[in-house]
Design a protein around this ligand. Structure first.
Ligand code: GLN
Length: 285
């Protein structure tokens, strides 16, 4: 029997090879579609399409990298967040669905304010800042990160999505900002305890540790933000933070210590305590 040369193999054969390597068939389809520059629908519609050997090699390289544990989002270079297709790569945390909770809470609060000023601290790919800016074109959003590489990714996302009401700034949390600058400060900061074995699992092994871990109890960044936001929020302004599922009592306690009022807790779609919201009383701490 004549075997077809590799260069004339088909989409169907490539998909079968990819599926045999990866436990999750959806990942196989996604990576093959990405390597071939086709939609998933196009793959299914034309399984008999020939695949060039270059495309085949590229697809199989992605499959091998995934089988070795690399995150699908990094291999495909994209992750969807709150309806936005974001570029992602190893310089940024992969946006999580649970962080959309923070966006919804922020949008709810911003309904009461016209032309709000908003800060997203540790913006990474720009996920929260861009989702808010897209929904609220009248907002002036400042997105900060310590990482220049992350800010490059976030800036490219803003340009590609045509969102022009976000300015990006390299900074250490709220350090460079004047008193009473913002109606809303929002952040999904690093909050995992350094050394937590959770950091050695799955995608987290490949993500920037500065975006994940924050001191012995995971709360260093949240402590810093809570302290600085008192100064940078306008009177009555809001602070909204994502945190670890077991950190809610500690986060609420430290917000109360700093004099925030109206502290409310929120669960994510998995039912886990995931975010707190509160307001600046207006009086300086
Ligand atoms: N949400 C991350 C996780 O649990 C932890 C760090 C963060 O998002 N800020 O995987």
């Amino acid at each position: 029997m004549n075997r077809a040369p590799p260069s004339s193999r088909t989409v169907a054969e490539l998909l079968a090879t990819a599926r045999a390597e990866l436990p999750d068939p959806r990942e196989a389809v996604l990576l093959v579609a990405h390597a071939l520059g086709l939609s998933r629908e196009a793959l299914y519609a034309h399984p008999e399409q020939p695949v060039t050997s270059a495309d085949r090699e590229q697809a199989l390289a992605l499959v091998t990298a995934r089988a070795a544990g690399q995150p699908v989002a990094y291999l495909a270079g994209r992750r969807e967040f709150h309806g936005l297709a974001l570029e992602v790569g190893p310089a940024v945390l992969i946006p999580r669905p649970e962080t959309e909770l923070l966006v919804e809470l922020a949008l709810g609060r911003l309904k009461e304010i016209s032309s709000p000023t908003v800060a997203d601290l540790g913006t990474g790919s720009g996920a929260i800042a861009l989702a808010l800016a897209r929904e609220r074109p009248d907002a002036s959003v400042t997105a900060t990160d310590q990482s220049k590489a992350a800010l490059s990714v976030a800036g490219r996302n803003a340009r590609r999505l045509g969102i022009d009401n976000v300015c990006f700034l390299q900074s250490n949390w709220l350090a460079p900002f004047a008193a009473a600058s913002f109606d809303l400060v929002v952040s999904n900061p690093p909050y995992v305890a350094a050394g937590d074995p959770y950091l050695e699992q799955g995608d987290l092994r490949f993500e920037p540790s500065e975006a994940l871990a924050s001191g012995p109890d995971g709360l260093d960044a949240i402590r810093r933000i809570a302290a600085d936001a008192r100064r940078c929020l306008k009177p009555g302004g809001s602070l909204m933070l994502e945190h670890g599922a077991d950190q809610q009592p500690a986060v609420c306690a430290l917000l109360a210590e700093h004099g925030y009022i109206g502290i409310e807790t929120h669960r994510d779609l998995a039912g886990l305590p995931r975010a707190v919201t509160c307001n600046s009383s207006g009086a300086m701490a």
